[in-house]
Design a protein around this ligand. Sequence first.
Ligand code: FAD
Length: 385
Amino acid sequence: MDLAYTEAEEEFRGRLREWLAAVLPGLPPKPSPDDWPARRAYDTAWQRMLYDAGYAGLHWPADAGGRGATPTQHLIFLEETEKAGAPYVGANFVGLLHAGPTIAAEGTAEQRARWLPPVLRGDEIWCQGFSEPDAGSDLAALRTRAVRDGDDYVVSGQKIWTSHAEVADWCELLVRTDPGAPKHRGISWLAMPMDAPGITVRPLRTLAGSTEFAEVFLDEVRVPVRNRVGAENDGWRVTMVTLSFERGTAFVGEVVACRRTLDALAAEARRNGRWDDAVLRRRLGRLNAEFRALWRLTQWNVGESERTGGVPGIGGSVFKLRYSGVRQELYEAAAEVLGAEGAFDLDREWALDRLSSLSYTIAAGTSQIQRNIVAERILGLPKGR
Ligand SMILES: Cc1cc2nc3c(=O)[nH]c(=O)nc-3n(C[C@H](O)[C@H](O)[C@H](O)COP(=O)(O)OP(=O)(O)OC[C@H]3O[C@@H](n4cnc5c(N)ncnc54)[C@H](O)[C@@H]3O)c2cc1C
């Protein structure tokens, strides 16, 4: 396993650093985390800047509108943008990091031409309509029905926890197209326009006070059959591709962000005298080692996916499991450094980040489910009953 960067990769890093140093000082301040329309505008404007500079969809194949860069260059991109404090993908998360890559891997030429360029340019935002009130971890239990009527599917049902639904243009939607088939076989993957008649979006408030996700009610929504990605009833296989991107690569940039937070925390501890506590120092040191190990694991996963054609493998579950736990430990350590007042002052970004870190062991597949996947598919242990 060779984790060193090549000369060409280091050259790429150097050019990117120069570009970031030139553009970041001129960016406007980030809007309030509560103001989703303003956040959408901010996130899409940043995406447009990346696009114009040739940094959008770096690792997407050239025939999907990307730059055809190696996954390692993408990793360098994530590392450098985070280190420089560049804006995070934000509202572009689903489109760029899992719906887009799924369409690039599984869509037809027409579908790629229709949906991928607007994602790269920051013109269109996607959300993910997978979870339902009784189908979260047991995703294949989903009940939203799609009945064929001529050239359309007529879709009725309910989705829940749909992040960015309020501001999205498209939804990667899982529907049941054959209610009589075994539950993993009767599912299809559709691209649903969020302005179609029959869609009601009802925002839900998170613990941190933001309305980042919503319930989505679907009442006889017409979705063209040509919007189906993959064959009818083959949606479970397409979903596995989406989930492998979601768990395998979508969060990796955040590891660098956590390392930045850890550095800031150590600086704060030195400033406020908490650094004298040897137990706390050891705790911060262990977290540092954890994040370094996670970055190495990411490099390994990416190296593997380079060899297997770009779709991340099952190693993503190991990453997701460990990352989401360590992220929570980071904010627990923050509470200790900042003391009760600092940690729970909701006007401070750290307090809000701490609250939102609680969702990481649930979002994108719970830790228990990742453990099941690791046990069954990596360790080869028997399936539970
Ligand atoms: C911040 C956030 C954003 C999200 N964004 C989206 C989104 O944009 N789109 C979307 O579709 N979904 C989204 N989700 C939903 C997320 O994918 C689900 O919450 C998650 O899959 C768990 O499903 P559930 O909430 O229905 O819990 P359940 O499936 O009801 O699980 C409850 C508990 O039981 C455990 N459990 C269940 N089955 C098993 C089993 N077989 N073995 C061991 N333990 C088990 C689970 O691990 C969990 O602890 C988001 C969630 C969060 C928190």
